[in-house]
Design a protein around this ligand. Structure first.
Ligand code: BTX
Length: 249
């Protein structure tokens, strides 16, 4: 049963106390021809990350998916993932948490030498090469969640753990969606905003793509979201992969 969450958004909001996955629900809505919906849940019982990984989503987090139908070619869709990372970083900073973005879509908080994971973003889409039919941007924020309840190996953190007190989830979600809606309508502005919060640029990185491993210094990002890496053998551009920040030698 969907109830109004009370958010002031140009979208309708469908709220669930508990649902397997807001992304799965948004995909179903897309299949029914719906658009401009935010699906929001207090708890997910089958949250998904990239490459079919699990995303732990206990009660107290902000687990949401935005369904929309932008008039862009399929190849431009990665810019919406970057937009989501920027939006959530701004909302976290307004809540007093100094988050930064690791390429392409990890929002992290630094503690000395370690970076702890605050957010996960999963973008899914369908359509033709020259025009997407729909895009679902799934954003999972460890808001008022105890990091001890999250998988240890991911080095998780949460807004409440960083602040030492709970965050107002309604206000946080409102700010996150406002930022996201502004950015998704102005894709040109997304890269500059992303650069401002990026922790990856200037670092030595190792990126595992489905086909190869690229190691070198991350120097820039390119529309719609590819990372530019200076390697020993020249400039490489990678559009997707798992990125590791390497310690300086
Ligand atoms: P990812 O593949 O980058 O990260 C998944 C990995 O993160 C997992 O393998 C695990 O190690 C770690 N992990 C799992 N849960 C958490 C957590 N709560 N906090 C920190 N680390 C964790 C990232 O995938 C994309 C996640 C998107 C989640 C949103 S929530 C709303 C929407 N619905 C849905 O099913 N997925 C999205």
């Amino acid at each position: 049963s969907a109830v109004e969450y009370g958010l002031d958004a140009p979208f309708s909001v469908e709220y669930h106390d508990s649902i397997p996955s807001t992304n799965a629900r948004a995909r179903d809505l897309a299949g029914e021809g719906t658009s401009n919906v935010v699906v929001l849940a207090d708890e997910q019982t089958g949250g998904r990350g990239r490459l079919d990984r699990d995303w732990h989503s206990p009660s107290g987090g902000v687990w949401l998916s935005v369904l929309f139908r932008p008039d862009v070619p399929m190849a431009h869709a990665p810019v919406f993932t970057l937009a989501a990372a920027v939006a959530v970083t701004r909302a976290a900073r307004e809540a007093g948490v100094e988050a930064g973005i690791k390429w392409p879509n990890d929002v992290l908080v630094r503690h000395g030498d370690t970076e702890r994971k605050l957010v996960g973003i999963l973008t899914e889409m369908e359509g033709e090469a020259d025009r997407v039919s729909w895009v679902v941007v799934g954003i999972g924020v460890n808001a008022n969640v105890d990091p001890a309840d999250l998988p240890d190996e991911a080095n998780p953190t949460s807004l409440s753990a960083e602040r030492g007190e709970p965050v107002d989830r309604r206000l946080f979600t409102q700010r996150l969606l406002e930022e996201f809606h502004a950015l998704r309508q102005d894709p040109e502005s997304v890269l500059d905003a992303w650069r401002e919060y990026a922790t990856t640029l200037g670092k030595q990185v190792r990126v595992e793509t489905p086909s190869r491993t690229v190691e070198g210094e991350a120097v820039d990002i390119q529309f719609p979201g590819a990372l530019v890496i200076e390697t020993e053998s020249g400039t490489e551009i990678v559009s997707a992969g798992d990125c590791e920040h390497l310690r300086p030698l």
